[in-house]
Design a protein around this ligand. Structure first.
Ligand code: CDP
Ligand code: CDP
Length: 230
């Protein structure tokens, strides 16, 4: 069967990574969390005191580090900065607040996009982020633009954080998320926007399984358009 490329974009906490992971598992595809790559660079820059406004310094830092993913057994994917496991550290509040700045620079994005394209080269990949359908995989067979209301997205992130023992208030989270979405959608280079040929999926009133089912049926349709007409 043809190995496809599947692109999932959308604002923060729309459910992209949860759903992308499940779709990839079902299809036996690779899952690539591109947000984790930008978060890892941000974490690396904060750790070694790189000036976050300095495009050259960030680009040089990125060229010298490896960002890799590993899955052991049934455990969820872990993220490595060189050989340091940064899976939890890259979700900290300080990284979340600075990642949109770091990811706004052309030289950072060029290098990230090159790495992402290389990983997706032979297909069989589900990738989620902000510019996947528009820039990284413009040739993806399936493009989903996943949304949910701002209130629902803030509630989801709030519940997720509480479960992890994080104490940021719902109000603060909502403000941070709005600011990040604004920065991501208005930056000059590769802003978050729906690709012309992407299908919009509003998950406000859908649970995880329902969203996964919808995407799998869209994929099936793409694979075998004639069959679904019968
Ligand atoms: O999971 P969450 O929605 O919090 O965000 P993420 O997917 O981990 O992405 C973190 C940040 O990385 C985003 O807010 C963007 O600033 C940036 N990003 C990007 O610019 N391009 C991508 N393809 C993915 C993420
Ligand atoms: O990757 P992104 O930031 O778009 O979102 P996520 O990290 O996959 O999802 C954020 C939270 O929403 C997670 O705790 C998911 O379990 C939850 N979620 C949900 O409750 N209902 C959905 N339809 C999708 C995600």
């Amino acid at each position: 069967m043809k190995k496809m490329k599947i692109a999932i974009d959308g604002p923060a906490s729309a459910g992209k990574s949860t759903i992308a992971k499940k779709v990839a598992e079902t299809l036996g595809y690779i899952y690539l969390d591109t947000g984790a790559m930008y978060r890892t660079l941000t974490y690396a820059a904060l750790s070694n005191g790189t000036d976050l406004q300095n495009e050259e310094a960030l680009s040089k830092l990125l060229k010298g580090i490896s960002i890799t993913f590993s899955t052991a057994g049934n455990e969820s994917q872990r993220v490595f900065l060189n050989d340091e496991d940064v899976t939890e550290s890259i979700r900290s509040e300080v990284v979340t607040q600075k990642v949109s700045l770091v990811s706004s620079f052309a030289k950072v994005r060029e290098e990230m996009v090159a790495r992402q394209k290389k990983i997706a080269h032979s297909g069989g990949v589900v990738m989620d982020g902000r510019d996947i359908g528009t820039v990284v995989l413009p040739d993806a067979e399936v493009k989903i633009f996943m949304t949910a209301s701002a209130e629902e997205r803030a509630q989801r992130r709030y519940k997720e954080n509480l479960a992890k023992g994080m104490t940021t208030s719902l109000e603060e989270l909502t403000e941070d998320m709005k600011l990040r979405d604004h920065l991501d959608s208005t930056r000059a280079i590769s802003p978050l926007k729906k690709a012309e040929d992407a299908i919009v999926l509003d998950s406000t009133h859908l649970d995880i399984e329902e969203v996964v089912e919808r995407i799998l049926s869209i994929i099936k349709e793409r694979l075998n358009p004639l069959q679904t007409l019968n």
